[in-house]
Each structure stands twice: as structure tokens, then as C-alpha cells.
Design a protein around this ligand. Sequence first.
Ligand SMILES: *Cc1c(COP(=O)(O)O)cnc(C)c1O
Length: 349
Amino acid sequence: MTAAGLDKAGGVRLRVDLDAFAANVEAVRERVAPAELMLVVKDDAYGHGLACIVERAVMEGVRWFGAFDVRAGMVARRAAGEDARIFAWLTVGAHEIRSALASSIDLGVGEAEFLADIAEVARETGITARVHLKIDTGLHRNGIRPEDWADVLRAARGFEDAGLIRIVGVWSHIAEASDDEDDAARAAFDDAVAAAEGEGFTLEVRHLAASAASFARPEYRYDLVRVGAFCYGIRSAGGPGEDELGVRPIASLVAPVTSVDGEGASVAVGALDGLPSTLAGRVSFGGHVVRRIGETASQLVRWPGVTVGDEITVFGGAGSSATDLAEAIDTVGEEILVRISPLVRREYH
Ligand SMILES: *Cc1c(COP(=O)(O)O)cnc(C)c1O
């Protein structure tokens, strides 16, 4: 086959099955009800493409989106329309706060100074900020320490009374490490919620759990669960399988065979497309052992009947899942997906 022919057949592509995505979303929502789903769309919707994922989720009735940063939040806002709630939990500087307020993005706040910055921008712009206060329940990753919580609530009370902010939520993130640690985190979370309510805030949403805890632990669901991985059909490494979760992978990475020699077959996907080269020797693509992953091509062990132009499934479909690959190199499935280069064409069907 000529180079042009290969081009027409397509090089490496990530195929995203939006109906499978919708089915996963439905399975997660059924599981967590009456808690509501916040679909987490950070890292370009875990590599699946933010705008298309958000548009489909809105069609399925998803109302909350978790966008990590304000830039992604603004893309999500454009895709989701005005009625959706967009939550961003990493905001840097007054400029981003202004953008967030202009796009009606709910802000996660894990620092007292940041709350004051938001109030300042709200005063300037005349837009009341919707704020979700984050309590540090033990992860020590951007959250208000329990010993500072009461002071921050008092400051928030002042800002809310002045019409600058509205405290609509209390949230945190748990390690999902051991049940004991998670239970301690949940107790700290409950204390923080009680203190906020004691301060007179009418909380619209309390949210703590991501995929694993929201699936397995009903008491972690509260009003809202922030789920990414399971909605994309990415199971946790070492956790329950797709059948038990009731979800399936929605993306497959495919690439054509570009040459065949006595030794093996060369496939047009490599490290520059985002494949970890450490997968070599540890996994198979489409059932064929991977011997080497170069920058733009991978060498597979030769198999009978292989011809140039054959399409190989790197992961997804009926083959290995992203998490299967991840487990071979001691990482997690989302790590495989978010590393797929933005230059790799996404196809939706
Ligand atoms: C990534 C993330 C989630 C979603 O985690 P999954 O395990 O993919 O469901 C939820 N909350 C926060 C704060 C996150 O960073």
C-alpha cells in the first residue's frame, strides 16, 4: 500500500463510542442515586475529547461537570450550555477568577486567601460567586485545615452577607487508600459540614467521593459524586472488573500495520502518540506481543497472514483495556488515556 493509501485508511486513531459512554453514565447514575453525578472532565475528558463528551452528557441529562481548571471549565460551559453547573477546583489569579465568574463557573476553594481574592473580584464585577469550600480531610492537597475551618467559615459569612459569594457546597477528596483512613476522612468531612450548617450556610451540595468510593460505599455519596474513570469505562487497577461495575471502555486506540518483514510487523503508533515505551515486552496489541515501542512505530511479533494496512487494536474494543495495559507497568488506566497525544485523531460514533 502506498503512503497515500495508508493516509486514507487513517493513521493512529482513538475511536470513541458515545453510546457506550451514555450507557456507562446511566449505569453510574443508577448506582449512586439519589446522589447526583458530577461528570469529571479534567484532562480533556480523560483524553476522550472534552467538548464531544460534554455535549453527549448533556443530552443524557447530566447537569454537573467537574472541570479541574477554569480554562477547561470555559470549554465545558460552551459545550454544555447555560443550564449546566460547572465546577472548577484549580483557579490561579484574579484574571481566572474573573473568567470563571463571567462563565458562571462554581469555584472550589481550599485556601482562606483565595476566598478573599474571589470576594474582591465579585465586588469589582458585581457577580456573586458560587463557592464550594474544601476541607482537608487528610490528603494535604489543597484544602482548608480543620483547625482553620471555623475562621474561614466566619470570613465566608461576612462575604456572603455582603452579597459577594454564596457558599453552595462543602467538599473534599479522599485517598481511597484504606477503609480506615477513608472513614477518618469522612468523619472529618461530616464535622466540617456540621460546622458550616451551624454557621448558617444552606448547602446545596456536599461531595466527597470519586469513582471507587461512590461505587462501593453508599455512605460516601452525599448529594453529589465526582466520577470520571467509571463513566469512561476505566476500571481501577486491582479493583472490580467491568462486568461488576456495569461499565465498559468507550475508547479504542487503533493503528495500521505499515511494514512486515521476516522478524515482525511494524505498526504506526509509538511514544510520540503517547504510548509508554515501557509497555514493550510486557503487553500485546490485538493479541500480538509487542517487542519494541519507538517514537512513531511499534514492532510486534510477526503472525501468520499479517499484511500492510491491517488495523491493530492497541487497547479497547474486544482486546485489552487501557487498565490492562496500565497494570503491566504499575499505573492506572486513566494514565494511559490522558497520555494519548492531542494530535491523535479522535473519531466519534
Ligand atoms: C480526578 C478527580 C475525580 C474523579 O476521579 P475518578 O477516580 O476518575 O472518578 C474526582 N474528584 C477530584 C478532585 C479529582 O481530581
